[in-house]
Design a protein around this ligand. Structure first.
Ligand code: F6R
Length: 615
């Protein structure tokens, strides 16, 4: 969702800001803008639409207004007020002395706005951000303090989530940023600082970063940085090393990030288990949760909280935690959990899963579970993000940056790490003996090769995609480990191709969805030779009897399934609970190729954002 970029230093700010906005495009947005500190005023340029539209708009502007080494920029994902030039950020205060960009939602903006209107302030946008710009101005006018102090005092009146960057004509050598609930990171260079809502725009300039904590602000002058809390306590910022490499942020010859990320899965799965498994010894080592091993081993129940694709990874995990470690698992949408009165016990263990580590609902669910006294483990892909910082312990997926909005390699990396936790628990509890562990781990070590083989289905998938690119609806069915995959396959298709798709447990089909089946309905089955194979085959027969068109993901050489299905995609056989790591690939490719043939914007599907930082 919304993206923030800022620069203060000796270089020209504008090219850095624009490049930064382009790096953040993957987060999803509907308008973009910049504010540059000029000699006499703050120059603000903003446009509805893509960063390209902003670049075009800026080209015609007076060069002098675009020069200088201080600026802030934003990509907006509309919450308050439609996407438009007027609602795009930066927003100026009435005197045009203060420019603000903002991610998040200011929940009490209406009462604040009412007070400001009574004081004579006029509003040109529908945004909560303009309220904040005028609030800062009003505080400054009334208290005669410096701009950073005015920001600090104004934020004390604000309820909600924010990451903000502020420029003020009254202090032309400063950018002020602050954070509560929405992420912001500062890149530290030599005599210069970079600001961004995630680390991707910073990578090409520096590998030293500072993550602000909630209710902290930074006052950044050329080459000088002060961090304090909103309560005015000075903090010693912790500078950490950024591990992302610049080539991980490029497409590397692929047409889309999503395709590149699908093809990266052998590596991302391998990286996510590297150094964590000892095949010969039949053991798993998870440094990130070692200190909390007892909490895991003694947990009476595991509660998994996540959203979207991460939730589907959690659903797969439920099945293998129960099968391998014999511990009951409850999987719940974070967005539901946080708004009801969940019963959580102290000896539950909560696992939150999030690629971005910033999903607002997941973060809120985590906080609610924490209030109830449970131990929280996180499984995240983005190092230093809000979720891993709020958990007691955790394990990172080493999938590398995922730029395509539709999650692919993060999903299989999450399943890999979840499986490692289940195996760690199973061996600690003795529900798996050493011999069984060795067998499972040898297969796991082999999985990247099987995923490579699954990628060879691409040509077959393209043929199938051509046949079905104009379908209006799809049904995805699976049982056991195939069921969460059916949900995930359907989610992938709908989000990038905009075709309506339903994922269902195959056994539930006869309780309703079978009514949808006719000769126009493609039905995708996950039909590997697992424990429910025979049952899935019966479900395929039922669909065939109703003239539904069957596309089946089957194990290599499964002649019986081939006789029933209209189209088959053959994948290598593996242990049943590892099948999702392999079978995900053709499901992702099918969604990708259908979307491609339909001319969809694959990496940035409409209405979607990569990190969903609003509720
Ligand atoms: C689907 C997708 C989303 C995310 C969801 C959670 O392809 O990307 O459904 O999985 O928004 O995001 P994270 O994992 O970042 O918490």
């Amino acid at each position: 969702m919304c993206g923030i970029v800022g620069y203060i230093g000796k270089r020209e700010a504008l090219p850095i800001l624009i490049k930064g906005l382009e790096r953040l495009e993957y987060r999803g947005y509907d308008s973009a803008g910049v504010a540059l500190m000029g000699r006499g005023k703050i120059f603000v340029y903003k446009k509805k639409g893509k960063v390209a539209a902003l670049k075009k708009f800026i080209k015609s502007k007076d060069k002098k207004s675009l020069a200088g080494g201080i600026g802030i920029a934003h990509t907006r994902w509309a919450t308050h007020g439609e996407p438009s030039d007027r609602n795009a950020h930066p927003l100026l205060s009435n005197s045009e002395n203060i420019a603000v960009i903002h991610n998040g939602i200011i929940e009490n903006y209406l009462p604040l706005k009412k007070i400001l209107i009574e004081k004579g302030y006029k509003f040109k946008s529908d945004t909560d951000t303009e309220v904040l710009a005028n609030l800062i101005e009003d505080v400054k006018k009334n208290t005669k303090v410096s701009i950073d102090e005015a920001v600090r005092l104004a934020l004390q009146q604000v309820v909600g989530a924010y990451a903000i960057a502020v420029l003020s004509k009254d202090d032309k050598e400063t950018i002020i940023i602050a954070k509560a609930g929405s992420p912001v990171v500062i890149g530290v260079g030599k005599g210069e600082h970079f600001i961004a809502s995630d680390a991707t725009p910073l990578v090409e300039y520096t590998d030293k970063v500072i993550y602000l904590d909630d209710y902290e602000m930074a006052i950044i002058k050329r080459g000088k940085l002060t961090v304090k809390t909103i309560q005015n306590e000075i903090k010693n910022p912790y500078v950490q090393k950024l591990e992302i490499k610049i080539d991980e942020l490029e497409k590397g010859g692929f047409a889309h990030f999503m395709l590149k990320e699908i093809y990266e899965q052998p590596k991302s799965i391998r990286d996510s288990m590297r150094g964590r498994i000892n095949v010969e010894g039949g053991s798993v080592k998870l440094g990130g949760i070692e200190k909390y091993q007892n909490k895991l081993v003694n947990a009476k129940r595991i509660l998994i909280l996540a959203c979207g694709t991460s939730l589907h990874a959690g659903m797969e995990a439920k099945y293998f935690f129960e099968e391998l470690a014999k511990v009951p698992v409850l999987v719940e949408y974070a967005s539901e959990f946080r708004y009801r009165s969940p019963v959580v016990f102290e000896n539950d263990l909560v696992l939150v899963i999030s690629q971005s580590g910033e999903t607002a609902d997941t973060l809120a669910a985590l906080k609610l579970a924490k209030e109830k006294g449970t131990t929280i483990f996180g499984i995240c892909n983005v190092i230093g993000a809000s979720i891993p910082r709020a958990t007691d312990a955790g394990i990172y997926t080493h999938a590398g940056p995922e730029i395509g909005v539709a999650s692919s390699k993060a999903f299989t990396a999450q399943i890999t790490v979840l499986l490692l936790i289940a195996l760690y628990l199973a061996s600690s509890q003795g529900t798996l003996n050493k011999k069984e562990m060795v067998k499972i781990l040898s297969e796991l070590e082999n999985i990247p090769k099987k995923v490579e083989k699954a990628l060879l289905t691409n040509a077959t998938v393209i043929k199938i995609a051509k046949k079905f690119k104009n379908a209006k609806d799809f049904i995805y069915l699976g049982r056991g480990y195939g069921y969460p995959l059916a949900l995930e396959g359907a989610l992938k298709l709908k989000e990038i191709s905009y075709i309506h798709a339903e994922g269902y447990p195959a056994g539930e089909m006869k309780h309703g969805p079978i009514a949808l089946v006719d000769s126009n309905m493609p039905v995708v089955f996950v039909a590997d030779k697992g424990g429910s194979y025979e049952k899935v085959i019966s479900n395929m027969m039922e669909v065939k009897a109703r003239k539904g068109v069957i596309i089946a993901i089957i194990n290599e050489g499964d002649e019986s399934a081939k006789k029933i299905a209209d189209y088959v995609i053959e994948i290598p056989k593996t242990l049943e609970f590892m099948m999702p790591l392999v079978a995900s690939v053709p499901l992702q490719l099918l969604a990708y190729h259908i979307a491609l043939l339909r001319g969809c914007n694959i990496d940035k599907p409409r209405n979607l954002a990569k990190s969903v930082t609003v509720e």
